[in-house]
Design a protein. Structure first.
Length: 124
């Protein structure tokens, strides 16, 4: 496996976070009282998110974020559109449709239940 980094995100409730991300194809790889690891995709081409408990987090003021770089952003968007996550410009949780940004990258945005901003970036 090549070197890689995994984001560490807050969670007010591991059960709720696991159910939220399951809609996007993430499965639990590890769960203990103080840590949870979710994976999406096969080994070698896997996205991993790690969560720590933060029961007093105010999602409206969260400044946590990460990027998930995807080979198939349209497939992720299909999962988002099939989920119960609203496509909206306000509220938590929510997601936005992808668009080509000034950087030249195609990016969609997802805010999870805890207010973390997840940038979904199409690999070029």
């Amino acid at each position: 496996m090549p070197d890689h980094a995994t984001p560490n995100l807050p969670s007010r409730d591991f059960d709720a976070a696991a159910a939220f991300y399951a809609q996007l194809g993430f499965e639990c790889g590890y769960r203990g009282p103080g840590w949870m690891i979710l994976h999406r995709g096969p080994p070698g081409n896997r996205s991993t998110l790690e969560f720590f408990p933060y029961p007093d987090l105010d999602p409206a003021t969260s400044s946590f974020s990460c990027c998930i770089r995807l080979d198939d952003l349209p497939a992720m968007m299909a999962q988002l559109e099939a989920s119960d996550i609203p496509a909206d410009s306000h509220g938590i949780p929510r997601f936005s449709q992808p668009k080509r940004e000034g950087s030249g990258m195609t990016i969609a945005y997802l805010n999870d239940l805890d207010g973390s901003l997840i940038r979904l970036i199409q690999n070029e």
